[in-house]
Design a protein around this ligand. Structure first.
Ligand code: HEC
Ligand code: HEC
Length: 220
């Protein structure tokens, strides 16, 4: 039941927040060299969402997905060679997850002061990631998201702990994952989530995805 699983998830989050050995960010950066071929240097993903954004994602979530890929409980053919045990140890998973989750991408173009040199301007622009607005009924998307998704994915859609950030992710990637969940192809440890998604019409999902693209800029 949703209520019971939420409680156990909260307990898991508390355990997860206990101090752990510090991750090695330099090592993480080095490993990212391999990942960048598909997910790009700054973890922004690519090919319009064929490769998802992984920068700024929740660290626990990145770790759990890498372990799932390695165990093949989440099937990912392109990534398979990179997540073999000898390629990606537990230690590596910690390091790369910490490195990626620490990358902050801007949600609007920088305002240049005119003092920056060309390289600085380039580096600033490279850290911008704006998902194009998706079509949909924003009011309906907001109502459903806040009622049925926010408890786990956060009111601003940025996730927490093992719950992934959804805002700032490619719309078609998110749609693909919803389809996988609905087909039962992507295993989900939360029986509640499948229930939540199952209860929605295709248009509702579209409206939620549209809403997510509309709330990318954090309200200051
Ligand atoms: C050959 C291309 C390729 C390489 C190299 C690659 N990935 Fe991926 N990765 C993918 C694809 C494709 C997906 C999306 C699979 C899907 O649609 O379910 C993905 C998904 C992910 C996800 C899940 C994102 C989410 O929101 O659930 C994470 C985390 C990830 N990759 C991390 C990495 C890391 C870390 C590396 C380097 C060690 C890496 N990837 C290397 C292609 C690649
Ligand atoms: C009870 C908690 C919970 C609720 C409520 C919930 N989710 Fe999730 N969601 C999760 C978890 C946990 C995952 C990661 C699952 C995994 O490990 O594969 C996830 C993953 C996702 C993903 C894939 C993200 C990625 O990067 O691959 C999408 C899309 C998603 N949820 C959409 C939704 C939508 C839309 C709603 C509301 C209708 C919703 N979720 C409600 C817990 C929840």
């Amino acid at each position: 039941m949703l209520r019971i699983s939420l409680v156990s998830l909260m307990a898991a989050l508390l355990v997860a927040s206990a101090p752990a050995l510090a991750a090695d960010l330099e090592k993480g950066k080095e490993i990212n060299g391999t990942c960048a071929a598909c997910h790009s240097d700054n973890g922004q993903g690519g090919k319009r969402g064929e490769y998802p954004r992984i920068a700024g994602q929740q660290v626990k979530y990145i770790e759990s997905q890498l372990r799932n890929f390695r165990a093949r409980s989440r099937i990912n053919i392109p990534m398979f060679p990179y997540t073999q045990e000898r390629e990606l140890s537990d230690e590596d998973i910690k390091d790369i997850a910490a490195y990626l989750s620490g990358i902050e991408l801007d949600t609007k173009m920088p305002t240049y002061t005119g003092q920056e040199d060309a390289l600085t301007r380039l580096l600033m622009a490279e850290k911008v990631m704006i998902i194009p607005r998706a079509e949909g009924n924003l009011a309906n998307g907001e109502a459903i998201f806040q009622k049925q998704c926010a408890a786990c994915h956060g009111k601003t859609g940025r996730g927490r702990g093992m719950f992934p950030m959804l805002v700032g992710q490619y719309t078609n990637y998110l749609q693909r994952q919803v389809d996988l969940y609905l087909k039962g192809d992507r295993p989900h440890d939360e029986e509640g989530v499948v229930g939540v998604l199952n209860g929605l019409k295709a248009q509702d999902i579209q409206d939620i995805l549209a809403y997510l693209t509309a709330i990318q800029e954090p309200k200051e």
